[in-house]
Design a protein around this ligand. Sequence first.
Ligand SMILES: Cc1cc2nc3c(=O)[nH]c(=O)nc-3n(C[C@H](O)[C@H](O)[C@H](O)COP(=O)(O)OP(=O)(O)OC[C@H]3O[C@@H](n4cnc5c(N)ncnc54)[C@H](O)[C@@H]3O)c2cc1C
Length: 430
Amino acid sequence: MSLIYIYLLVILNHMITIIGGGPAGIYASIEAAKRGSKVTLIEKEDKLGGTCTLYGCIPTKSMLYPLKIKDSMEKLGGSSTISTDILQQLARGSIERLSKGIESMLESMDINVVHGKGFLRSGKVNVNNETIDSDTVIITTGTDRKREEGIIYSEDLHDIDLSFKSVGIIGGDVGGLESAWMLKELGKEVYLIDKSPYLLNYLDNDMKSSVTNFFKKIGVKVLLNTEVKEITKSGDSFSLLLSDGSSLGLERILKSFGRYPATEGIDLPKDRYIKVDEYLRTGVNNVYAAGDVIGTHTAHSAIHAGKIAGSNATGSKIQFNREAIPHVVYTKPEIAYTGIMEGHCVKLQAVTNGREIIQRETQGFLKLCSSNDMLISAEAFMEGAEDVISMASLMIRMHLTLSQLMDFIPPHPSAFELLKDGIELLASRK
Ligand SMILES: Cc1cc2nc3c(=O)[nH]c(=O)nc-3n(C[C@H](O)[C@H](O)[C@H](O)COP(=O)(O)OP(=O)(O)OC[C@H]3O[C@@H](n4cnc5c(N)ncnc54)[C@H](O)[C@@H]3O)c2cc1C
């Protein structure tokens, strides 16, 4: 965008209102403010940061990170301990620091933050019974959930009493797996229940069968093809009636699924999510939407969409490209994937990689697929999967050919060498 356009936005006092102060809304606000618009950000909670900062990515990873170090120490023949109290303090500390940091960053950019529930009706924004003058609106209201009495959720783990001994986790999805790994590491008896035949059932056979076997191997009681028909609470414990007619007594029940797009009071065309085109326009004049409310599912994708919405709302025309976005499950080993696993595929075992041997993490694998001389997808269940798959995602999104990727020089000893080995294999077989 030219400097003249930014100058015009400033002198015309272009006003943008953004509803929802999670990752998408924060980055949309920053982008629009950088480009000269007067921004108002509406958030219904007292703190900024959204699901990711206040309940999701940040607290869960703050608790998982030390437990992963502990697991590494044990694999390397040493030992370490950390109390649940410290884990929860770390999580609460991270939330506080990030949320405060966001607040001061927005303040420094002169972004006006209004706390209250925002409504959008006939293209007009209302909050705390006042209409907010806006030339352009961006909806970034994310997801919400209906809470059931007595049930705990993945987003609660930093803030509840963790002294229970047994837990039934319903849902073998990302949140279910991260919670199961964490609680198993904390010494709980963990049941992981899913109606599908595998954990992470939407992934390819190699991944879903390896992950399912791994969770069984570490002692999580994995109940598949199983539906929970009824949950009854008696005193301090729960009884689950399962689809095979058996019942299970547990101290806590954690539901990992059930979040839905937060669109109450937001009058826009939607199916499950708010409908947008590739430029994140909603179909209502000058109203854009970004983040989980349009189905991005991850914070990094919500951030990217937020930046694009903030940019397009101030004169750009950038497409939101959903191709090969990386997904990571922060268990140990990590699970990560990007793209659709089809075409010509090769699988490499972690045991052949020096770095994995150094870390005593040799049970995993990396799988890559190519089509038309290009890498199109990758999945890894191994230590460092997040890094390797992020790199693969970039390679895919840049549409580099296998011959071009042959120029990639991975550091040694690193997990990236496995990525290079796979690219060489794909290139030699094309
Ligand atoms: C337990 C858990 C762990 C997760 N871990 C990860 C992870 O490790 N990595 C990752 O990438 N993703 C993770 N996620 C997903 C991630 O949290 C979301 O993808 C991300 O938060 C989406 O950002 P968003 O801005 O679209 O929406 P949200 O973060 O949901 O933010 C929406 C904001 O809008 C506000 N709001 C809603 N309606 C209104 C209204 N009408 N008026 C005013 N304000 C409103 C909400 O209060 C909220 O602050 C996790 C999620 C959970 C639940």
